[in-house]
Design a binder for this molecule. Structure first.
Ligand code: IPE
Ligand code: IPE
Ligand code: MG
Length: 241
């Protein structure tokens, strides 16, 4: 009984002011290499871990979870690897649709999906449509996303409106995810300490956290510890506290 009670208390862990957590899911390749496996197997395990992390965030009631799945720079990888990543995303999103429904997860995307193979584009628009009315956690898939491309795209839309001046507010309206809160916390795995062109505008005031573990080694416990660390941060936004 005590164990059951403890589990219940644990599940209700307080998330503080966290509205949006974003993950740079890095280290799939190194995780696989360490085990003598092909990189693509690392990506497959990486996808499975994304689900584990999402489930924990749903339990905790985190409103928005962004995951960096494919960057505008990732086209520079071999065609074989790019195709494998697209295949994993397509097949698993379709297969896991009932799970996202059960978890009440709404799927959104950031990034230019028009460059993707037709079957992947279809899978993405199908899952967005079928989860549209879900009211739980938003899973925001960042695919073919780049922060610089994001800003350029927004500037071009502002220019098309023939406005004399660009304001932060106006630009913000045209960025990907304009309807989402800015990320409060950006977590990168695999020990690398850089943004790699992720949410450079929206993440201007995000707290940053770098984990040594490769992405396929993520766990619900690590999600909890990220949130505990986040809650200890003193966010000043330029003010004196
Ligand atoms: C992150 O893992 C996944 C993607 C970029 C799609 P990597 O594939 O970058 O893994 P490492 O960094 O080579 O270990
Ligand atoms: C960032 O990881 C992109 C994703 C996680 C999708 P990379 O592995 O592509 O970044 P770099 O090349 O190490 O900066
Ligand atoms: Mg990497």
């Amino acid at each position: 009984l005590i164990q059951i009670l403890m589990k219940k208390i644990d599940k209700k862990k307080d998330i503080g002011n966290l509205k949006h957590i974003a993950f740079i899911m890095d280290g799939n390749g190194r995780w696989a290499k360490k085990r003598g496996l092909p990189r693509n197997v690392g990506h497959k395990f990486g996808y499975e871990k994304m689900k584990v992390v999402l489930k924990r965030c749903c339990e905790l009631g985190v409103p928005v979870v962004s995951v960096y799945a494919f960057s505008t720079e990732n086209w520079n990888r071999s065609k074989e690897e790019v195709d494998a990543i697209f295949g994993i995303v397509r097949d698993n999103l379709v297969a896991d649709t009932p799970l996202f429904q059960e978890w009440n997860v709404k799927i959104s995307t950031m990034g230019d999906t028009s460059k993707f193979p037709k079957d992947l584009q279809d899978a993405l628009s199908d899952i967005k449509k079928s989860t549209e009315s879900n009211t739980g956690t938003i899973l925001n898939l960042c695919i073919n996303y780049g922060g610089r491309a994001d800003v350029c795209y927004a500037v071009n839309q502002v220019l098309a409106k023939k406005l004399a001046k660009v304001t932060e507010e106006e630009l913000g309206k045209h960025l990907y995810g304009a309807n989402l809160p800015d990320p409060d916390l950006i977590v990168r795995t695999s020990g690398e300490q850089r943004m790699s062109n992720f949410l450079i505008w929206q993440g201007a005031y995000a707290e940053l956290l770098f984990l040594k573990q490769n992405w396929p080694s993520m766990s619900p416990k690590l999600v909890d510890s990220c949130i505990t660390k986040f809650k200890k941060r003193n966010r000043r936004f330029g003010r004196v506290k």
